[in-house]
Design a protein around this ligand. Structure first.
Ligand code: ZN
Length: 584
């Protein structure tokens, strides 16, 4: 029976793989007692709510409320289906699957054929570069760039000669030319797609070649670089160039140096900057930031000093902050890019590089300095203009950072921080309109903080609260303790909190003990419901204004598809907000 066979396969594979090991290839996990915690890969957050329980081989996110086993994890992270997840895990576990859907099988085999072909091409190009007269133009180019053979071999650089060299090579090996065409290496007529170019393999973080980018050696060629097309093996914007070589140094140094171009990275490694990687294309993508976050919490951004480079730097700083990562910005003096800077510094390159790193401002500071350059404080209209720019800059970062960034901008420009913050933060909880329900918490206590105190005293209220809100909707200060208390409640029921308390961080223990000693005015399920509704409402309003901001951006960018989608999202949210307000 087919279903029987497939159930067996799931069980067999599950018994052979370790969820913690699979998850930790994508998420940095920290062990706490017997469980593991990390930042959820499926939603944006800055405090860990992603929870893995090894004994039961399950995971759960208290933020986005996704959960499941090893198969659901792989399904979500690899953007595949259940069958695809089974197949990937079976391969790792060495379990042979009898029943694969024909399309699944075909896709997997197609991908494998392409990867094999790319590997073969990299070997062939490298051979041509170093061992044949045809490789001469490539060797000359490297020489002019001062890239040694040792460095070039690390990156497996190669040279694609003119004509049909690779096709002949494949024929001699009795390999199919169709595979090479599908891998984006060859045109229909058998000519090499990368002919007369230095071929640079684009490898994933494990060193597997997924594509090529290729630089011309001809002066008269208009297109300096050309790239492999997307294939089943290669999705643009997912790969970080050089990460396979840089990952250990990134972990050791505590930061990754992110450059724009592949040649910047090759030169950087040549001069000893071994934690350098490239975004390959100006803008750093969300997927690339996630990938880098597995190895480090800090990015050192070194983009070109033109306006596109500065814009890319700003975007990367904001994107990284959204993932809870720090950024710093290195500007190379007197050179258009790091490649040029390092080459002209020659033997001093590594020392001069360290000087730049030591004085690199944070991503926020770099943008702030740019926005306030040349400000004359005695001219009110200039002050206003700079304040507006800085307000917009601060607003792009997560709300938890606004206060301290406004403070830093005040110190730097002398403009009052109140002018730099759009609206005062930490509003007191609005009192209920209905006079008969005088349960409103004391002033200054936010709804989110009140709820945490209430749950500390009355953990059973989690039963109601967790169906209404997720940790993400609380103020960021209250999230970790909320998540931890929920974990204790789920494991140990109403007595779980008391049992686990000794293992909590000191400040959370204090907070909970204070709540026990001096409870807020009312602690019952009805208040819990009321608070959860308020928190949800505030959160939705915040999201709504976020969407409205994106909407005006999309409208300016004439991205009509995005406009339609955002309008629908904003409309649905506005309806939900009205509905909640009507009930509340
Ligand atoms: Zn999540």
């Amino acid at each position: 029976m087919p279903t029987q066979t497939s159930d067996d396969a799931f069980a067999e594979v599950k018994a052979k793989v370790d969820l913690v090991k699979i998850v930790s290839e994508h998420v940095r996990l920290t062990k706490r007692n017997t469980d593991y915690w990390g930042l959820c890969p499926f939603h944006q957050e800055d405090s860990p709510s992603f929870h893995v329980i090894p004994q039961r081989q399950i995971w759960h996110c208290f933020g986005c409320e996704r959960s499941g086993d090893v198969f659901t994890f792989v399904e979500l992270i690899e953007k595949t289906d259940k069958r695809g997840a089974l197949q990937m895990l079976a391969e790792r576990a060495g379990v042979e699957l009898k029943k694969l859907s024909p399309e699944q099988k075909e896709r997997a085999e197609g991908r494998k054929r392409i990867l094999d072909m790319l590997k073969l091409a990299a070997q062939y190009y490298e051979y041509v570069l170093w061992k044949t007269p045809a490789g001469e133009p490539g060797r000359k180019l490297l020489e002019s760039r001062r890239v040694s053979e040792e460095t070039a071999r690390k990156f497996q650089l190669g040279y694609a000669p003119a004509g049909r060299g690779f096709a002949e090579y494949l024929r001699a090996k009795k390999r199919s030319l169709v595979d090479a065409q599908e891998a984006g290496l060859m045109r229909r007529d058998g000519t090499d797609f990368f002919a007369e170019r230095l071929a640079i393999p684009i490898r994933d973080e494990r060193g597997q070649t997924l594509a090529f980018t290729a630089r011309t050696v001809r002066q008269d060629e208009q297109r300096k670089y050309i790239n492999s097309p997307e294939t089943p093996a290669y999705i643009k914007g997912r790969v970080v160039y050089g990460l396979d070589l840089a990952r250990d140094e990134i972990a050791r140094r505590g930061h990754a140096v992110v450059m724009e171009g592949q040649f910047d990275v090759i030169t950087a490694h040549h001069f000893g900057v071994a934690n350098a990687v490239a975004s390959s294309g100006t803008a750093l993508t969300d997927d690339q930031v996630r990938l880098l976050k597995r190895f480090s919490d800090e990015l050192l951004l070194v983009f070109d000093s033109d306006s596109a480079g500065r814009e890319a730097t700003r975007k990367a700083a904001v994107l990284a902050a959204g993932h809870g990562m720090r950024t710093r910005v290195v500007t190379v003096p007197g050179a258009k890019d790091p490649d040029e800077f390092l080459r002209s510094a020659g033997p001093d390159a590594s020392a001069r590089w360290e000087e730049l790193v030591a004085r690199a401002p944070s991503g926020f500071e770099a943008g702030m300095e740019e926005d306030s350059a040349g400000l004359n404080p005695s001219k009110p209209n200039q002050v206003e203009m700079v304040a507006a720019r800085l307000r917009a800059w601060i607003r792009q970062f997560p709300p938890g950072m606004h206060e301290s960034y406004a403070e830093a901008a005040e110190r730097h420009t002398g403009i009052s921080r109140h002018l730099l913050l759009e609206e005062p933060e930490a509003k007191p909880v609005p009192r209920p309109q209905n006079g008969s329900r005088q349960r409103a918490p004391a002033r200054k206590l936010t709804a989110s903080a009140y709820l945490v105190q209430l749950l500390a005293i009355r953990p059973v209220a989690f039963d109601r609260v967790r169906t209404k809100i997720t940790a993400e909707e609380l103020d960021s200060d209250d999230r970790p303790v909320f998540i931890r208390m929920l974990g204790s409640y789920e494991r140990g029921g109403p007595a779980g909190l008391e049992a686990d308390l000794a293992g909590y961080p000191g400040e959370e223990q204090d907070l909970i003990r204070r709540a026990w000693a001096a409870p807020p005015p009312n602690v019952d399920d009805e208040v819990a419901d009321e608070l959860a509704d308020r928190i949800r409402l505030e959160h939705m309003k915040g999201m709504h204004s976020g969407i409205i901001r994106q909407l005006s951006e999309a409208e300016r960018g004439l991205d009509s598809e995005k406009v339609v989608r955002l309008e629908a999202e904003a409309g649905a949210l506005a309806r939900a907000i009205r509905e909640l307000e009507r009930r509340g």
